[in-house]
Design a protein around this ligand. Structure first.
Ligand code: DHB
Length: 394
């Protein structure tokens, strides 16, 4: 078999790319080692920037986000035991949408089914061959055990933070930039009503907490923990005690508690690999770059990559050929490094580093005060959190 574009990875990046290409009449095949059920039941991010939400609707993926998502015009920063609202809409004219990544995935997978796109979940033994030629090939074993080979003109590695595609760029020709953090997030799903109308990013002297939401009856929350933490050491009452302590303040704010449905420890890092292209293979999303979760940039960045990449692949498949791919990395990288900086900045702004001194804590409170207490500070946060307007390039 032969298709113009073969995509490794059926997460939001791979599926959105396939959707965009199919709208322009270009066939794809998408393969993923995970089953559709595995992807749908793995909790991931929750916030989409307004542009990404609009793209889901306007490119015809689905308008479910308009019915089931929640538009948030701001977010809350809590520190020193007090709440400070950042009003995105008033500051920069944009909002964000609370709409879980698992729902974005479901919408995209359903759209592929509806439009007759080829997606194979649960494949094994994926091999990408001959990417330095004009006729790369992808081999895989389908879920039914049959072995397949597909010829393509271009291969896209959208295979996530543990990408095998990025290893196909020769070791002596690639650079990997990265940073590890001395903390992780403990994530829970709880059966309870929302505790606040918008997200709450909480700084405290004993660690960060994030109060997010899913539905009227299910809430998503996280608190800073050590990277080696085990969920077994955390019975429900210890979790609630920890979360309550991190959001406590003179205003008497309390989280609404309920049965905890899911617990997991989420480790994270900052990472970028360059180049994002080797021969006829290009990388998109987490395969090329990952960010710490604070500030909800990861999914949005991946969707931006494939927006840029879809246009470039169409040019490459048209009259321009492979030379068009040279535009991809420079066009994607500006936003990638802006997001790397923002995610790192917001992580450092809100987390308590192990071994931090009283000076460190007071300096951090000074920085938070600069962010919420000045128009420039609030706008700086709002511009980045809502995803940089078109025309903000230097
Ligand atoms: C969620 C996750 C994030 O990392 C974030 O910054 C905001 C929300 C979430 O899962 O809801």
């Amino acid at each position: 078999a032969s298709v113009p574009v073969a995509v490794i990875g059926a997460g939001p990046a791979g599926l959105m790319l396939a959707h965009r290409l199919s709208r322009a009449g270009v066939d794809t095949i998408v393969v993923d080692t995970r089953t559709r059920r595995e992807i749908e039941t793995t909790h991931r991010a929750g916030i989409l920037e307004a542009d990404a939400a609009r793209d889901l609707v306007e490119t015809g993926v689905s308008d479910r986000i308009l019915r089931e998502g929640h538009e948030h015009e701001g977010t809350e920063l809590r520190f020193g035991g007090r709440a400070h609202r950042i009003h995105f809409k008033a500051l920069v004219g944009e909002s964000v949408w609370l709409y879980p990544q698992t729902d974005v995935f479901t919408d995209l997978a359903d759209a592929r089914d509806r439009d007759g796109g080829t997606v194979h979940f649960g494949v094994k033994g994926t091999e990408v061959l001959d990417i330095t030629t004009g006729t790369p090939r992808v081999r895989y074993t389908a879920a039914d055990g049959s072995r397949h080979e597909v010829r393509a003109q271009y291969v896209v590695g959208a295979d996530g933070s543990r990408s095998m595609c990025r290893n196909l760029v020769p070791e002596d020709r690639r650079v990997r930039y990265g940073k590890e953090y001395p903390f992780a997030w403990f994530g829970i799903m709880a059966e309870a009503p929302p505790s606040a109308p918008e997200l709450v990013y909480a700084h405290s002297g004993h660690g960060f907490a994030l109060i997010s939401q899913r539905t009227e009856t299910v809430q998503r929350m996280y608190f800073q923990c050590s990277p080696g933490e085990s969920v077994d050491a955390w019975p429900d009452d210890r979790i609630w005690e920890t979360l309550q302590a991190r959001v406590a303040g003179e205003d008497g704010f309390r989280l609404k508690e309920g049965p905890i449905l899911d617990k997991s420890v989420l480790r994270f890092r900052s990472f970028v690999q360059e180049p994002m292209r080797w021969g006829s293979m290009v990388l998109a999303g987490d395969a090329a770059h990952t960010v710490p979760p604070t500030g909800a940039r990861g999914l949005n960045l991946a969707l931006h990559d494939v927006k840029v990449l879809a246009d470039i692949l169409l040019r490459a498949l048209g009259t321009e050929g492979e030379a068009a791919l040279e535009d991809y990395q420079p066009r994607a990288l500006q936003r990638i490094w802006r997001a790397q900086n923002f995610s790192h900045w917001m992580t450092r702004l809100l987390h308590t580093p192990p071994g931090g001194t009283p000076f460190d804590l007071r300096r951090q409170l000074g920085e938070l005060d600069n962010v919420v207490g000045t128009p420039a500070g609030r706008t700086y946060l709002a511009v980045q959190y809502t995803g940089w307007p078109v025309g903000s390039q230097a």
